[in-house]
Design a binder for this molecule. Structure first.
Ligand code: F6R
Length: 244
């Protein structure tokens, strides 16, 4: 794993947006995997700025988002579909049919997961996956546990994730308790992976991800087995060394 530490969140965001734009410039048909959450907001802001200044175009790209709550109406303001529209999709030239997110309203969630996985395969596979990391070490919604699923699947969110994510819903009771998420195998099949983390609340998870040990208790630690992962942190995370 390659570790890069930036002075602050803005520098991290600019650096990662540049890496993504560079990748799209060298292959306009880049297939991207993108996360939601607080951490990528700055990257999306920078990509939007670059698009508006004519520095990058998403016209031929395909995006697969990592995950979506279940059940949730895609038009619900707290859905990940709404998040992506608000933070990126509505501001750039990505064709709507190229913006893929698991359907949080699917009548048969397992069938939806199979459909999503098949779409990823048919696209030719992910060229570049951008990932955040949960405080409990999750990536996507692959939560710590005895086993991890390889492919897109339905997951029950852990208490720690409910606590970290309930804010916009007002309470834990009001938020969906399940999600549809790409699996560890879907993520690891990406040709290249960039993981971003900002702030001291991520220190423990980042240390475990870079520790040189692999465990399903820290799903992000499996990324150490991938041959092209760059971890980009800001100084506030407080980690400057990588053993993995
Ligand atoms: C979201 C996702 C999650 C987040 C993680 C970090 O699509 O896949 O794994 O990346 O929970 O979230 P933030 O950035 O809000 O700390």
């Amino acid at each position: 794993m390659k570790l890069i530490v930036k002075k602050d969140y803005d520098e991290l965001s600019r650096y990662v947006a540049n890496e993504i734009a560079e990748c799209i410039r060298s292959n306009p048909r880049t297939v991207l995997c993108l996360p939601t959450g607080n951490t990528p907001v700055g990257v999306y802001r920078e990509l939007t700025r670059m698009y508006k200044e004519g520095d990058v175009s998403f016209a031929q790209c395909v995006v697969f988002n990592l995950d979506e709550y279940y059940p949730i109406d895609p038009d619900d303001p707290n859905s990940y579909r709404s998040f992506m529209k608000h933070n990126l999709f509505d501001h750039v030239d990505l064709p709507p049919e190229s913006a893929n997110i698991p359907n949080g309203q699917a009548a048969d969630p397992e069938a939806e997961c199979e459909r999503y996985e098949a779409e990823i395969r048919e696209s030719g596979g992910i060229d570049l996956a951008l990932l955040g990391i949960g405080r409990n070490g999750h990536i996507g919604f692959n939560e710590p546990g005895r086993e991890l699923c390889l492919r897109t699947h339905v997951v029950t969110l852990t208490q720690s994730t409910l606590e970290a994510n309930h804010g916009p819903f007002g309470s834990i009771e009001a938020m969906p308790k399940r999600a549809l998420t790409m699996g560890i195998g879907s993520i690891m099949s990406a040709k290249r992976i960039i993981v971003i983390a900002s702030g001291p609340s991520k220190r423990q998870a980042v240390e475990a991800m870079l520790s040189g040990k692999v465990t399903t208790d820290v799903p992000a630690s499996l990324l150490q087995l991938h041959r092209d992962v760059t971890v980009v942190l800001d100084e506030l995370v407080g980690v400057s060394q990588c053993d993995g």
